[in-house]
Design a protein around this ligand. Structure first.
Ligand code: NAD
Length: 370
């Protein structure tokens, strides 16, 4: 049977986006080299670079290409150069438009504490333990999209609206419960139900959905308590289910605890085309120096293979390659910070991961040849 063809639109974006996306694409190409899939990868401008070239952060041609693909792989967008632009010309506006058009409402953000990086976590190893968390963040509702919104500069007043409907809460809750079934069967739903009516609806709806999942344990936690438990006892969490704003904050916190923002991938699923991106931003402070950590982008490519390519084994090869390279002591600058290990640049880290993927396939072929 011919290998599955996957059409991917790559949106490298701004800052370190192009540097880390290049390494993610190399990892995908290494998988394709071994006959797992056929890849068609098309690169398009999005974010600040698209504002410079086309006057808009999400040109029509980019959006059309994304809508016609099997998956979108994004680097990062934004930077100080575009901070003072009107809202329609801000890179983040393009990203929100893209997410909205692709229709993915569930953002999955795994945060796994790797033993090889225990010295990078700000937590003591006995506190970090073997924490392995996925934050399931609702991505199309809440404060980031709610209307009315506005900033009346003359009056010195601004407002946003947090709004959720039971249907939106129900569908994201089902994603979290389904995911928990393939893991340790525990969902912690995070809200602020002691203060916000929206959170009261959230809690009630999640409770109703839970009836269909008697095999999954559910607990509820206020967002402030969750922020605290993440630093005092992260191993207590399996799947954290939460709304857009809380998820944005908590997933960055969980990420930082694992060692570096640069390590962590994300997937946005549930719409016609899934979107994969590292959780970090465009890091203008280190852009163009070949020192950014590409592992979050590479791990995002692994999620792409798992969720859009239906190639879980290929995804596991990439994830195992990342672990092997770190275990061998290689570190990008963000992970090294004066600790033991060999410091390598973005491109070299990509080469090491590709080498480890090839080693895994060679071992697999040798095993089958015996
Ligand atoms: P950031 O994630 O870009 O950077 C925060 C810190 O982490 C910086 O010190 C940076 O050097 C470091 N860092 C981030 N990724 C790294 C990596 N892969 N390797 C090594 N170090 C890394 O967040 P920020 O500084 O708040 O935002 C910078 C720009 O990125 C802003 O314009 C923001 O709007 C944008 N942004 C974009 C996205 C996205 O495209 N999804 C997400 C967040 C922020």
């Amino acid at each position: 049977m011919p290998a599955r063809k996957i059409i991917i639109v790559a949106l490298p974006g701004d800052g370190i986006g192009p540097e880390v996306t290049r390494q993610a694409v190399r990892a995908l190409e290494t998988i394709a080299e071994h006959g797992e899939c056929r890849l068609e990868i098309h690169e398009h401008p999005a974010g600040g670079c698209a504002v410079d070239e086309f006057g808009t952060p999400l040109p029509r041609a980019t959006l059309d290409a994304c809508l016609g693909a099997n998956a979108v792989l994004l680097g990062a967008v934004g930077g100080p150069k575009w901070d003072d632009r009107p809202r329609s010309q801000r890179p983040e506006t393009g990203l929100l438009q893209l997410r909205s058009a692709l229709g993915g409402f569930a953002n999955l953000r795994p945060a796994t504490f790797l033993p090889a990086l225990s010295d990078c976590s700000p937590l003591r190893p006995e506190v970090a333990g073997q924490a392995d968390i996925v934050v399931v963040r609702e991505l199309l509702g809440g404060l980031y999209f709610g209307e009315p919104r506005g900033y009346d500069r003359e009056a010195g007043e601004a407002h946003n609206t947090m709004r959720y409907g039971a249907e939106e809460v129900g569908r994201i809750a089902r994603v979290a419960f389904d995911l928990a079934r393939g893991r340790r069967r525990k969902v912690t739903s995070v809200d602020k139900a002691n203060v916000l009516e929206v959170s009261q609806l959230w809690r009630q709806t999640v409770q109703q959905v839970a009836h269909a999942y008697p095999d999954v344990a559910l607990d509820h936690m206020y967002v402030d308590a969750c922020a605290m438990h993440l630093v005092t006892n992260p191993a207590r969490f399996d799947v954290i289910l939460t709304e857009n704003l809380f998820g944005d904050v908590l997933s960055d916190e969980a990420a930082a605890l694992t060692g570096s923002l640069g390590m962590l991938p994300s997937a946005t699923i549930g719409g016609p085309v899934n979107l994969y991106e590292p959780i970090h931003g465009s890091a203008p402070d280190i852009a163009g120096r070949d020192i950014a950590n590409p592992l979050g982008a590479i791990a995002s490519a692994a999620m792409l293979l798992r969720y859009s390519g239906a190639l879980p084994q290929a995804a596991s090869h990439i994830e195992a390659a990342i672990t092997a390279v770190l275990k061998a002591g290689y570190r990008t600058a963000d992970l090294a910070r004066g600790r033991a290990g060999q410091v390598v640049g973005t491109t070299e880290m990509g080469s090491l991961v590709c080498g480890a993927i090839r080693d895994a396939y060679e071992r697999q072929f040798a095993y089958h040849a015996v």
